[in-house]
Design a protein around this ligand. Structure first.
Ligand SMILES: Nc1ncnc2c1ncn2[C@@H]1O[C@H](COP(=O)(O)OP(=O)(O)OP(=O)(O)O)[C@@H](O)[C@H]1O
Length: 951
């Protein structure tokens, strides 16, 4: 409070400027120790007040913390003398009581309102007034013609035309401008002999006034010194030039420094001004830049009446201090990285978006953590009176729903607790409750006393939300101009990219009037196109079409008008999309592996609208097939491998390779069905029969390791796909997914949430591509389901029922699960044996409807009957055990443990003669060492790589 009492500014900002009253529902019992009170802990007692810093010792500008020494006047090098403002004008600018002053301020503005009575013309989007006749007509003088009369005549003519004008005020203004040199010159124009021949064109947008015929055209550019006094006579009332003739006094000024106290400042300032006058420009002068000039005059200085000042700088200080405080004091946890964007809203007010990425130790992991930092409720007015006032003042916006607790929302948006506790405040003429409170951090709100919306973002969507502010359509406002003038950082991100608006067809902004019919607006052909792409194409055409006279003539090729610039470019062969994609692939060949090229090729197929994919395939096939050629040599088989890979990638993007005109792909697995054993064949027929008859059923292929489950899936997948039906193959683990044609991992394919709740569903919407794919699918195969939590499968069941609208298991799809409960079971963190068993599919309601296909014949160990039976006995739990469930392993499948040497022995055993074989794909593919932890795998890999020859 001390700081607040001492400081004038503080008093201004602390004044109550909002009326509110508050009420509370008596039925609701308020807890004394409400756990949600955590969020209000350690609140600052009062909003932050910026520290005072001494005024600039050179120019006397009032400075804010962190403004560098050269911020206002380049340490005294820039010194611009302010023209004194007459008392009368000053009064008009500052009086809060005089009616004429209020009227004056209400009615002064710059710019042209298009007056229908004056001939106006829009040339390249700028508005010109053209007054051919300077001599008044029969109706008497008006507009600019009024300037050529003396004060009384001008005034009576003005009042005649606008009876509401305050004649005293107009007279005062005319008096103030009596000595303005431009006013005088203008008046004299009326005395000229050939007055009738004069024409004046006034460009009210930005750039020039032209007096023609008499002097010839006289253009005054915006950067010319007299543009400012002509365009803004009210700011340059003496007609003084703008920045152009201002100069830097190099020799004298820097030696005279203002003392750091305000009392001594005025005396020293007069001394400096005297010296400047004595010098009369005799010192060594350098010109100031426009930026230096504007930066200088936009400063606040004690006892200097500055009519240029528009404010907004305090806000920038607030940004700087806010970030510094956030990072240093860790209000929102320890910040690892951050970024911010200043957005200027329609009225020109700056609005900052900060994204703070906290260190892992400070990550907010769930609703309980969110509640420690964020409140979306009115605080208790008795316990936290000041905070309550600030929430009423700054944080009451649009309505959301009530919520009993904070909940982790879908996507990036969480639901914060907005309890219906009957607490209401009467603010802005309305009774508002917790539903209207924007989420905020009490500490930040108390400290900065302004609207700061704080929310937790748990996904990349938060970043996207922020980044979209880069691509908004923008026009520069006065406050943004000041930001740019002073080079305030507006983006804390590198590289700084200011994008123009880019949008997809049909996704761009469309202007319309209130009374427009929206359907007509959407139908308008010009609204269907992306402005930017059309603009680029038009520019291409401008380089090639000779002497165009209109937009239509640009689009005319051999007498035919094309509807769009793009079509016109295509007709003229000017669009090079195909060639640039070809170049991109050629470039990638130099440094990408064949598998990366195949992925890139598939991406181009799906996203880049290449007009002839087959030519691209023919040209780049060899590069994409290099790795297969090295192993197989045979070209037709290699082509099939490459096609298979691309088909798998396309399938993961829900696309079918058959629609792109590439070489025909043989169904390599189609013959597998012929070699199935009896058990497999029985299962195959059952599954395929249900698919063909479109009859929903859930199967479970139960077989110990090596009984040919994967072999069966591949045969079924190939057969179903050969009938042009969609078969989706997934597995719980990545390795199993990779050995199924077009296999994907379950969590990724079905977007199963990691954290599960009772009614969770897959994270796709009904309209989404995954939903469309699953709706179309005739068969879904899920391998290794024994390792999956039953809840994941139940979520899929719920989602499929939802997107298909069919209440049968899995929406009436043919579902084939496979796995082996004798192998690995689901992982339940720190779960007991009972909890693990409860998480298996066997305990699910789904199990009741499942038809089991049992495979017993071990196809992997056909030559080792003893071993396959041993495995079965272990899995079935019938092998003889010792205390603690130990079993006896035969010696010939074990290696002797030998302390440090054991790992080497294991590597040598599994990978004999590694140094000579590590380049052989088949050798490496046929063997593997399994391990329980990633760190062991990493060290094993390192040990093996060390055995390779060469660098
Ligand atoms: N009908 C068959 N004819 C010839 N070989 C077969 C047949 N069925 C399976 N195989 C072969 O037996 C081996 C094991 O088959 P597969 O990998 O399909 O078994 P699995 O039950 O999926 O094993 P795991 O549970 O360990 O993954 C493979 O090499 C496969 O090619």
């Amino acid at each position: 409070m001390l700081a607040a009492q001492e400081d004038d500014e503080a008093r201004v900002y602390h004044n109550n400027d909002i009326d509110f009253k508050t009420t509370r529902d008596l039925d609701v019992v308020i807890l004394d120790n409400d756990c949600y009170d955590r969020v209000y802990r350690d609140l600052p007692a009062h909003p932050l007040v910026l520290k005072k810093v001494p005024i600039c010792e050179y120019c006397g500008a009032i400075r804010f913390p962190r403004e560098g020494p050269g911020f206002c006047c380049r340490q005294g090098k820039v010194n611009i003398v302010n023209t004194p403002v007459p008392d009368e004008l000053r009064r008009l600018f500052i009086s809060q009581t005089d009616r004429d002053a209020l009227y004056f301020r209400k009615n002064i503005y710059f710019g042209a309102t298009v007056d229908q009575r004056v001939a106006t013309a829009a040339v390249h989007g700028q508005i010109y007034h053209r007054l051919d006749q300077l001599r008044p007509g029969k109706e008497g003088p008006h507009h600019m013609q009024l300037y050529f009369y003396d004060t009384n005549e001008t005034l009576s003519q003005r009042i005649k035309r606008s009876p509401h004008l305050d004649s005293k005020l107009i007279r005062a203004i005319l008096r103030i401008y009596e000595n303005n040199p431009y006013v005088r010159v203008f008046r004299n124009v009326g005395q000229m002999q050939n007055f009738d021949e004069l024409k004046i064109e006034l460009n009210t947008s930005i750039s020039y006034y032209g007096f023609s015929k008499f002097w010839g055209a006289q253009f005054i550019r915006a950067y010319h010194g007299c543009y400012d006094p002509l365009a803004y006579p009210i700011l340059y009332l003496g007609g003084e030039t703008g920045w152009e003739d201002k100069s830097i006094l190099l020799e004298e000024i820097p030696t005279i420094r203002f003392p750091r106290s305000r009392r001594k400042y005025t005396k020293r300032k007069t001394e400096v001004q005297d010296i400047c006058e004595e010098e009369g420009g005799g010192g060594k002068h350098l010109h100031v830049s426009a930026r230096e000039y504007y930066c200088y005059i936009m400063q606040i200085r004690d006892e200097v009446f500055n009519i240029f000042f528009h404010g907004g700088r305090l806000f920038q200080q607030w940004i700087v201090v806010m970030y510094v405080k956030i990072e240093r004091r860790g209000t929102l946890g320890k910040v690892a990285a951050w970024t911010h964007v200043t957005e200027f809203q329609k009225r020109g007010l700056p609005h900052d978006h900060f994204l703070l990425i906290t260190e892992s130790s400070s990550k907010l992991s769930g609703p309980d953590d969110f509640d420690k930092y964020i409140s979306a409720e009115l605080p208790d007015e008795k316990k936290y009176p000041l905070l309550h006032e600030l929430v009423c003042k700054h944080m009451m916006h649009g309505p959301c729903g009530f919520s009993e607790t904070t909940e982790q929302g879908k996507d990036a948006y969480h639901i914060y607790r907005r309890w219906n506790d009957g607490h209401k405040v009467f603010v802005r003429k309305k009774w508002l409750d917790n539903r209207w409170v924007v989420p905020y951090n009490p500490t930040l709100l108390m400290r900065y006393n302004c609207h700061i919306n704080v929310e937790v973002s748990s996904s990349i969507k938060g970043c996207k939300y922020l980044y979209k502010y880069y691509s908004k359509a923008r026009c520069i406002t006065s406050i943004e101009a000041i930001y740019r003038l002073y080079r305030f950082p507006m983006f804390s991100m590198y590289p700084h990219v200011l994008q123009v608006q880019v949008h997809l067809p049909g996704m761009h902004m469309v202007p319309f009037n209130d009374d427009d019919n929206l359907e007509d607006v959407l139908e308008r052909a010009r609204n269907q196109r992306s402005m930017l792409t059309e603009f680029f194409r038009m520019n291409i055409l401008l380089n090639h079409v000779r002497g165009p006279t209109s937009f239509i003539s640009i689009r005319t090729v051999r007498g035919v008008v094309s509807p769009t610039f793009r079509e016109c470019c295509e007709k003229l062969g000017l669009v090079e999309i195909d060639r640039s994609l070809d170049n991109a692939l050629s470039e990638a060949v130099a440094f990408q592996m064949p598998c990366a090229l195949r992925r890139m090729f598939a991406t181009i197929m799906v996203f880049c609208e290449h007009t002839n994919i087959r030519t691209l395939w023919d040209k780049h096939f060899e590069s994409m097939a290099e790795d297969y050629v090295r192993v197989h040599g045979n070209s037709s088989c290699v082509e099939q491998f490459v096609l298979r890979d691309i088909a798998d990638i396309l399938s993961s993007m829900s696309k079918d390779i058959r629609n792109y005109g590439l070489p025909h792909m043989h169904q390599s697995d189609i013959k597998l069905a012929e070699s199935l054993n009896t058990e497999q064949m029985e299962g195959f027929n059952k599954i395929f029969d249900h698919v063909i008859r479109n009859k929903g059923k859930v199967f479970f292929v139960d077989g110990p390791g090596g009984t040919g489950k994967t072999y069966l899936y591949r045969a079924v997948l190939a057969k179903v796909r050969s009938t042009d039906r969609i078969a989706v193959a997934i597995a719980t683990s990545g390795i199993a997914a990779s050995i199924m044609p077009a296999g994907r991992m379950a969590h990724s394919r079905f977007k199963i949430p990691i954290k599960l709740q009772d009614n969770s569903v897959c994270n796709f919407t009904k309209q989404n591509g995954t939903a469309a794919l699953l709706r179309e699918a005739s068969l879904i195969i899920w391998d290794e389901v024994a390792m999956t939590r039953r809840q994941d499968v139940e979520i899929l069941d719920r989602s499929l029922r939802d997107i298909t609208g069919c209440d049968l298991p899995f929406g009436g799809k043919v579902m084939v699960f496979g796995g082996d409960f004798r192998q690995v079971l689901p992982v339940v963190a720190r779960g007991t044996r009972a909890q693990i068993c409860d998480a298996t599919l066997l305990q699910s309601y789904i199990w009741d409807d499942i038809k089991i296909i049992r495979l017993k014949q071990n196809m992997r160990a056909q030559n080792d009957v003893w071993f396959s039976q041993f495995l079965l006995r272990i899995g079935d739990g019938t092998e003889k055990t010792f205390p603690n469930d130990y079993v006896d392993l035969p010696d010939d499948i074990m290696l002797e443990y030998n302390d440090d040497q054991s790992i080497d022995t294991l590597i040598d055993h599994v990978f004999p003669d590694l140094a000579n074989n590590y380049t052989s794909v088949s050798y490496m593919r046929e063997r593997a060492i399994l391990s329980t932890r990633n760190e062991y795998v990493d060290s094993l890999n390192a040990m093996m790589i060390a055995k390779f020859s060469g660098e």
